[in-house]
Ligand binder design. Structure first.
Ligand code: GUN
Ligand code: ZN
Length: 375
């Protein structure tokens, strides 16, 4: 009675892991002509304000999760908005699909419009309530999510550090040193801090379950401190190019002993496809004379990403006892790829061809916990 699927000329592999993405920003993807701070004001905050409405958030979460599956992504670390209902909507939709998701309510209590801010008290209490309701329930996991240092008061950052102490198995995610103007602003707002990262260090926001998106403009001490504390950086290459933020140096970060994940960072990023993210990571590494191998890129997007999230015994590999999150990749999804594949002589070249040329057309099927959820 076993159902049969024929995946001839396909690669069957673990589902992809996206280490940094904003589900409320899908509709602002490809917004023209700004860098980070203006991009937030002009496009992002107005869109995020709409997520105060539960039904709007629910529709967006549904569409986002379907898009992830259509791109072969089965696990992601996701930013919601400052409205707790945006988190409720997200975890409800993730639970319907039984997807292993990490997500959290954005905290920001200053330097942003009223429609998207919280307060020290509501930010802390709403986060706590959401952790109690959702963390570890089904496959859902919680990440305390202060947007970034400029939009949180010192008191709010302190509360975030406290949450991390109160719940040792949750995550914390935020943005760090993405753009030079942002870095200068942080120095103005926190004049006593030695560096941007030092602000987070001061409030107990470094550690092995902490993920910082971007982490481009850092000091040598920052890198050493991240290595020492086990703090992870999430490289978001399509976003860094699109918003014009800068070039993350992956080789140097690895040499300093820091763990790196890959993230799409949509809506700053330009694609939800892990192929597009790996391709841009390769291209940015090339600019500093380092050739990111397909083994490294696919490892970061599967088993490596899973290990960085302490989920290395559950997802990211095809093995006995693992949660069966599986993606089936058509190795000849376009005529160009088909032609190039005729010259591919080994698995390494096959993977490199896919990471440079493939997109969502290559995703033939996606299985979540053993059930086919996209084909
Ligand atoms: N820094 C603070 N918020 C954001 C965001 O939403 N996207 C990106 N790319 N950077 C940020
Ligand atoms: Zn981001």
């Amino acid at each position: 009675d076993t159902e049969h699927h024929n995946y001839n000329n396909c690669l069957i592999m673990p589902g992809f892991v996206d280490g940094h993405v904003h589900y409320p920003q899908v509709s602002v993807i490809a917004s023209f002509g700004t860098q980070l701070l203006e991009w937030l004001e002009k496009y992002t905050f107005p869109e995020e304000a709409r997520f105060s409405e539960f039904n709007y958030a629910k529709k967006a979460a549904n569409s986002f999760l379907n898009l992830l599956l259509a791109n072969g992504t089965t696990t992601a670390a996701v930013y919601c908005t400052s409205h707790p209902q945006s988190v409720e909507a997200f975890f409800e939709e993730a639970s319907l699909r039984n997807q292993r998701m990490i997500a959290g309510k954005v905290l920001m209590d200053r330097n942003a419009p009223k429609s998207v801010t919280d307060t020290v008290k509501t930010g802390y209490e709403d986060s706590k309530q959401l952790i109690d309701k959702w963390h570890g329930v089904g496959r859902n996991l919680y990440a305390v999510t202060p947007r970034f240092a400029p939009t949180s008061s010192p008191e709010q950052l302190e509360a975030c550090g406290e949450l991390l102490k109160e719940y040792p198995d949750i995550y914390l995610q935020s943005h760090l040193a993405e753009n030079m103007e942002e870095v200068r602003w942080v120095h103005e707002l926190f004049p006593k801090s030695k560096s941007y990262q030092d602000v987070y260090a001061q409030y107990g926001m470094l550690g092995s379950r902490v993920l910082y998106g971007h982490a481009i403009h850092l000091t040598e001490q920052d890198l050493a401190q991240a290595a020492e504390t086990g703090t992870k950086y999430v490289h978001c290459p399509t976003s860094n190019l699109f918003i014009g933020s800068g070039l993350f140096n992956i080789a140097n970060t690895w040499n300093c002993g820091v763990d790196v994940l890959l993230g799409s960072d949509v809506g700053g990023g330009t694609s939800l496809s892990p192929f597009a993210t790996m391709k841009a990571a390769y291209e940015i590494a090339q600019l500093s004379g380092f050739s990111l191998t397909p083994e490294e890129a696919f490892w970061m997007s599967t088993a490596g990403g899973a290990e960085s999230l302490y989920l290395g015994d559950k997802i990211g590999r095809l093995d006995v006892g693992y949660e069966a999150d599986i993606v089936v990749i058509d190795l000849a999804s376009t005529s160009l790829i088909k032609q190039r594949m005729d010259r591919a002589e080994n698995i390494r070249d096959v993977l490199f061809t896919q990471m440079m040329l493939a997109d969502d057309r290559a995703i033939k099927a996606t299985f979540v916990a053993g059930r086919i959820m996209y084909s």
